[in-house]
Design a protein around this ligand. Structure first.
Ligand SMILES: O=C[C@H](O)[C@H](O)[C@H](O)COP(=O)(O)O
Length: 207
């Protein structure tokens, strides 16, 4: 199998477990496609052969999420990996999300901002254009300098308006000059395994 390897503190568990099972011989013939430099390094460290993304479909992708609706629409990218995640996961025959129950929401934007990856050149102008769409939020800047993605871009963490249609807003953001990609993953996840104190629930999209 060719497996998309997600990014973040939850996807890390899956990568480590795949590596462990390859090590014990429980799994064989697995090749990973990593969604970040960090996951690439982790996968290699735990013994998963890693290949770059090419146009062939992936059998499976496993990743975390920042928000999960009952329809399994997602916000992703608080870890900064949204572009490579979307490039990889759109090619997966099955996208499986793993998360804890704090990620469940009734509507997108309820708890998390929407990460929007933007080009560094002219980023202040791009942010002005995003504000003109009615988005609040700010440039991700954990210290003295802005956060830089694996692709050399910045991230604008957008506060979504109270009322919006996710697909329409997503295409308006994506169509804004300077925007590279958004962390909206709509209609992509096939199922989610969500851990809560009383156990793990398997969710499929409720439309
Ligand atoms: O860019 C990061 C990814 O979209 C992560 O999957 C997401 O932020 C969830 O990460 P975590 O499992 O660390 O909460």
């Amino acid at each position: 199998m060719r497996v998309g390897l997600g990014t973040g503190s939850t996807a890390r568990y899956a990568i480590e477990e795949i590596g462990r099972r390859i090590g014990t011989g429980e799994l064989s013939g697995v090749v990973g496609v990593a969604t970040s430099e960090a996951s690439d390094a982790l996968a290699r460290a735990v013994g998963i052969p890693v290949e770059p993304l090419d146009p062939r479909p992936l059998d499976l992708a496993i990743d975390g999420a920042d928000e999960i609706t009952p329809g399994l629409d997602l916000i992703k990218g608080l870890g900064g990996a949204l572009l490579r995640e979307k490039l990889t996961e759109v090619q997966a025959r099955r996208l499986v999300i793993i998360a804890d129950h704090t990620k469940l929401v009734t509507r997108l934007g309820e708890k998390a901002p929407l990460p929007v990856e933007i080009a560094r050149f002219g980023f202040l102008s791009t942010i002005e254009r995003l504000r003109a769409l009615g988005l609040g939020g700010r440039l991700r800047q954990p210290g003295a300098q802005p956060y830089v993605t694996d692709n050399g871009n910045y991230i604008f963490d957008a506060q979504l308006p109270a009322e919006f249609g996710a697909a329409e807003l997503g295409s308006r953001i994506k169509g804004t000059l300077g925007v590279v990609e958004t962390g909206l993953f709509l209609g992509m996840a096939e199922r989610a395994f969500v851990a809560a104190p009383d156990g793990v629930r398997e969710l499929t999209p409720q439309r």
